[in-house]
Design a binder for this molecule. Structure first.
Ligand code: ADP
Length: 190
C-alpha cells in the first residue's frame, strides 16, 4: 500500500496537492477537515460539537478525529492506499494512526511536508476565505490562532516521522504543477 501523510501549516496547499495525488495514484483521500465540515453540514451531533472549536481555530479532541479515521479505514478495506490530509495533527494522533495501520498489516510510507513562508500562508488563507466562505479563513485573529495551534501541537509530529526516517520536505512556494512534480519524485524514490 502507498500511505502518505501530507503535512504542513494551514494554507500550505495540502488540499490542492491531495487532489493531484488522488488522480495520479488512485488513493483514497482522508481529510479530517473535510470530514468534519461534512458532519457540520449534515447537522450531526459530532458536527455540532466540532463547529465551535473549528470556527475558533482550535483543534478538536484527538478521540474524535481518531474515531473518524478508524471508521474510514474500515470502510475502504480494499483501497490501494490513503492520503492523510490534516491528520495526524498531534503526536497522540500519529501514534493512534500507527496502531490502526499496524492492525491491518500496513504502515505510513512517507510524510510529505509542504513548506511555505508565513506571509504567503496569510495571503493564501485570506484569499481563500473570500471565495470559500470558511468561517475559520475569515479573519486574521482566527488564522493566527490556527497557526499557533500548528506551531504548538502539530509541528512536532514531523519529528515523529523523522525518527522513523519517513520525513520528506518539499518547497511549497512554487507553482502548483512544479510542486506536484517534486512530490511525484519523492514517491517514485520510495
Ligand atoms: P487547514 O489545514 O486549512 O487549517 P483543515 O480543513 O485541515 O484546515 O482543518 C480545519 C479545522 O478542523 C482545524 O482548525 C481543526 O479545528 C479541525 N481539524 C481538522 N483536522 C483535525 C485533526 N486532525 N485534529 C484536530 N482537529 C482537526
Amino acid at each position: 500500500m502507498l500511505n502518505l501523510v501530507l503535512f504542513g501549516p494551514p494554507g500550505a496547499g495540502k488540499g490542492t496537492q491531495s487532489h493531484n495525488l488522488i488522480e495520479e495514484y488512485n488513493l483514497v483521500h482522508l481529510s479530517t477537515g473535510d470530514i468534519l465540515r461534512n458532519e457540520i453540514t449534515n447537522g450531526t451531533k459530532l458536527g455540532l460539537e466540532a463547529k465551535n472549536l473549528m470556527d475558533a481555530g482550535i483543534l478538536v479532541p484527538d478521540e474524535v478525529v481518531i474515531g473518524m479515521i478508524s471508521n474510514k479505514l474500515d470502510s475502504h478495506k480494499n483501497a490501494p492506499g490513503f492520503i492523510f490530509d490534516g491528520f495526524p495533527r498531534t503526536v497522540a494522533q500519529a501514534e493512534a494512526l500507527n496502531g490502526l495501520l499496524k492492525s491491518k498489516g500496513s504502515e505510513i510510507s512517507s510524510m510529505i511536508a509542504l513548506e511555505v513562508d508565513n506571509q504567503e500562508l496569510l495571503n493564501r488563507l485570506l484569499l481563500r476565505g473570500q471565495k470559500s466562505g470558511r468561517p475559520d479563513d475569515a479573519n486574521l485573529e482566527i488564522i493566527a490562532r490556527r497557526i499557533e495551534e500548528y506551531n504548538g501541537k502539530t509541528a512536532v509530529v514531523a519529528d515523529y516521522y523523522k525518527k522513523q526516517d519517513k520525513f520528506c520536505r518539499i518547497d511549497g512556494m512554487g507553482n502548483i504543477d512544479e510542486i506536484f512534480l517534486s512530490i511525484k519524485k519523492v514517491i517514485s524514490d520510495l
